[in-house]
Design a binder for this molecule. Sequence first.
Ligand code: SAM
Length: 154
Amino acid sequence: MVRSSDIRPNEVAVELPAATDAGLLFIGTIRTPWTARPDCPRQGRLDGPVCRIELHPLWLPALDGIEQYERIEVLYWLHQARRDLVRQSPASDGRTRGTFALRSPVRPNPIGSSLVALVGRTPSGLEVRGLDCLDGTPLVDLKPDRCQFTPLPE
Ligand code: SAM
């Protein structure tokens, strides 16, 4: 079941300390077909729908060379997630696990990551398959899949 902001039986929340911001720069926005959390897949699939990654124009030159990779790692900020749970009950059945033993969006720094299939480049960014986030989710970073990454010769 997808979490709203409620707390479930046996879950444990903590009082969040003051933020010590590392100065994250959102580099764009992810466009997907999903506007509500219950509609999102729990994990993206490479045969899922084509989604758009829209970069802020400033960062478009940073895509140069990306076309040679079939798989891209996408990091994003799960902006609607609560951040204060140390134990969670994903099945809402009273059984809990530690936050760091889960891939739940609920975490102190709600960073999601997906390995996606690159469909192509567009004037505003990329088209990919394999995402699982809400439309409008802020984009944190893009990297070639580490298995495919080999530095180019001079
Ligand atoms: N693939 C990523 C990972 O493993 O790090 C995210 C997995 S997380 C289980 C995916 C779920 O997060 C979705 O099914 C949806 O319920 C929720 N979600 C998606 N976008 C979100 C957003 N922007 N804010 C909060 N929750 C979101």
